[in-house]
Design a protein around this ligand. Structure first.
Ligand SMILES: [Zn+2]
Length: 467
């Protein structure tokens, strides 16, 4: 990314050291018990029982996993335009508390990121934030789905992902032209898959619960038709598509088939689509209204299996803050979206890495028990949250970035330290976000981010933000 680097103000003439002591280092290369010594923003030593330099800040990692910082492909920071819901600063603080050292800010702001001026504004707001703030650009002007945005100009600023998120590009000829145009800049188009005509007027998944509650539904096909369409366009154009927040069993199957065919497609799922179902809407609580909607048990189980078998490339939060005045409305009027940055890691670990019998812990509703996919190794779940999305975002070390790489001497010190056994209760009032719309209020999470180090600076220590 051609994006300014922040090292904080603390770096003086004397090298300051940070030592992460007593943990298990897990990254794309494997796992080993090791201490990590950091200086001047870089990892300088990784090994057993390192000697602690005088004056070093020591971060205890006993019982913890020490991983590359998490990378979120899908964060709504709401600035410019809805600063009452979130700002770049507050969203980045929530991200750091959640273990993220980079987020990709979605372009559906007001105004949207369809010009260099707005992209530069968000990048500049991100300078000095508690994590890296990369920016996604819009595919079309005003996200209106008609005229292409200046993709080349935005790419020259380091923008690597383009999306009209919040809406899919409806016109197939516009999407075809966007794919052909994007190829020339080596950027990725990310699609919010939803056929407007089929989804219009729906407020939740169309199925057993929408019938029971008398709420207009959004059928799974509204998503699957666009997934299938865009796979066909990738085949036609030789372009590249990243599917945002896929939510149904058949979407996952379509992605798996496209991958088997050798097409350049990737896909993300959200923590909530791995853990919650449409049954949550039984009380008409708008906090569970999200787009795409919470689906059925079979979809949740299929998405978990798609994570385990490699079909899904990334877990992305779709962190979508809404000010209480807007979100605390009736189900038909409330905007879709829920917070995700501070709960993503424990929810993902609970849905994917816990043994089937224990999956209820972080709210996993589906009662499939032993019928679900086998538990993933925690390292593989971290891959879905860190080094695999870093590559999709174009932020990996061999792409010119400094995110998601192995923890080794010379690497940028973007690291999160996770206590997989720690428990904590989600109190909406204590989250760093400016908004309160978490679906996990009052739920006890297993797994906590203990420390986050961003470019050498401990920005979160003992689960407390340092600034
Ligand atoms: Zn979306």
């Amino acid at each position: 990314m051609a994006e300014p680097t922040s090292h904080g103000a603390a770096a003086g003439p004397v090298a300051r050291y940070v030592v992460i002591r007593g943990g298990t280092v897990v990254d794309g290369t494997g796992s080993r018990a090791a201490d990590v010594v950091i200086s001047e923003g870089q990892v300088v030593e990784v090994g057993a029982d390192v000697s602690v330099p005088p004056g070093a800040t020591v971060l205890d990692a006993g019982g913890c996993l020490v991983a590359p910082g998490l990378v979120d492909l899908h964060t709504h920071l709401r600035q410019p335009g809805a600063e009452d819901a979130e700002t770049v600063e507050s969203g980045a603080r929530a991200a750091a508390l959640g273990g993220f050292t980079a987020v990709v800010a979605m372009p559906n702001t007001d105004p949207p990121v369809d010009s260099a001026a707005v992209a530069l504004e968000v990048l500049s707001l991100g300078t000095g934030a508690m994590c890296q703030v990369a920016v996604a650009g819009a595919i079309t002007m005003g996200r209106a789905g008609e005229r292409l945005a200046p993709i080349g100009e935005l790419a020259s600023l380091g923008v690597r992902l383009f999306t009209d998120d919040g809406a899919g590009v409806q016109d197939v000829s516009v999407m075809r032209r966007a794919l052909e145009y994007a190829r020339g800049f080596d950027v990725t188009l990310a699609q919010h898959c939803e056929d407007d005509a089929l989804a219009r007027g729906g407020h939740m998944h169309e199925g057993e619960w929408s019938s029971r509650l008398g709420v207009p539904g959004i059928p799974a096909e509204a998503e699957e038709m666009m997934v299938a369409r865009d796979i066909a366009l990738v085949r036609l154009t030789g372009g590249r598509v990243h599917f945002l927040h896929i939510s149904t069993a058949r979407s996952a199957a379509l992605v798996a088939a496209a991958r088997a065919e050798g097409l350049a497609v990737t896909a993300e799922v959200t923590p909530h689509h791995l853990s919650l179902t449409h049954a949550e809407l039984a009380g008409y609580d708008p906090v569970f209204k999200v787009n795409p909607p919470l689906r059925a048990d079979v979809d949740v189980c299929a998405l978990r299996a798609a994570c385990a078998d490699g079909t899904v490339d990334a877990i992305a939060t779709d962190h979508a803050p809404h000010a209480p005045e807007r979100k605390d409305a009736t189900l038909d009027l409330a905007p879709p979206g829920m917070l995700g940055l501070q709960t993503a890691l424990p929810v993902a670990l609970g849905a994917l890495a816990a043994r089937a019998a224990d999956r209820g812990r972080n709210g996993g509703t589906p009662g499939h028990g032993a019928g679900g996919p086998p538990a993933m190794a925690p390292r593989d779940v971290l891959g879905l949250l860190s080094w695999r999305p870093a590559r999709i975002a174009g932020l990996a070390p061999d792409q010119g970035g400094d995110q998601g790489g192995p923890i080794e001497p010379g690497a940028a010190a973007n690291i999160c330290v996770i206590d997989p056994a720690a428990t904590w209760e989600v109190d909406p009032a204590r989250l760093a976000s400016r908004s309160r719309n978490t679906p996990w209020a009052g739920r006890v999470m297993t797994g906590q981010v203990r420390h986050t180090v961003f470019r050498g600076e401990p920005v979160v220590v003992d689960a407390v933000a340092q600034r």
